[in-house]
Ligand binder design. Structure first.
Ligand code: SF4
Ligand code: SF4
Length: 151
């Protein structure tokens, strides 16, 4: 009989809610408020790739040596270059990086002898198509531009 009355009057439910409301302060937000507040990213985090340019002359630091492409276990980096007949050096023509296949292992970054290729702390890599995940030289040099939401 006692059990039946507890069930009818939802005593267990009310007791449970009392415990919840005793310990819950709606002003204490414990979940991440992304994208209103951007989370702090760990220093060692490896995110969006970046092809660095020389800040003094605006020229790419990449010497088109192809070592990053050779180091990549996924073969997702393509370095396009042509030989400059005057300097006899390789000039970088294009650079593609397929982030959809990347596992962000950092081997390409480590292989680069001139620190041109860098995996940054930018983590917003989502796109609406597979094509959007393929970064060309321009995106790699300018960096990704994630949407800034207003609240
Ligand atoms: S991080 Fe790893 S998988 Fe991604 S491009 Fe570099 S070497 Fe390849
Ligand atoms: S290893 Fe560095 S310098 Fe060589 S092609 Fe890749 S990004 Fe360019």
């Amino acid at each position: 009989m006692r059990k039946l009355l507890r069930t009818i009057f939802l005593v267990d439910l009310v007791q449970g809610l009392m415990v919840t409301f005793r310990t819950q302060n709606p002003k204490n937000i414990v979940t991440e408020q992304y994208p209103a507040q951007r989370p702090k990213i760990a220093e060692r985090y490896r995110g969006a790739p970046r092809l660095n340019i020389n800040p003094e002359n605006g020229q790419t630091l990449c010497i088109a040596c192809d070592l990053c492409a050779l180091a990549c276990p996924e073969n997702l980096i393509v370095v396009g270059w042509e030989r400059n007949p005057e300097t006899k050096r390789k000039d970088l023509i294009n650079f593609t990086y397929d982030t959809s296949r990347c596992m962000f292992c950092g081997l390409c970054e480590d292989a680069c002898p001139v620190d041109a290729l860098e995996l940054t702390q930018d983590f917003e890599l989502a796109s609406y198509s597979r094509e959007g995940a393929i970064f060309d030289r321009q995106i790699l040099e300018e960096g990704i531009k994630p949407t800034k939401y207003k609240f």
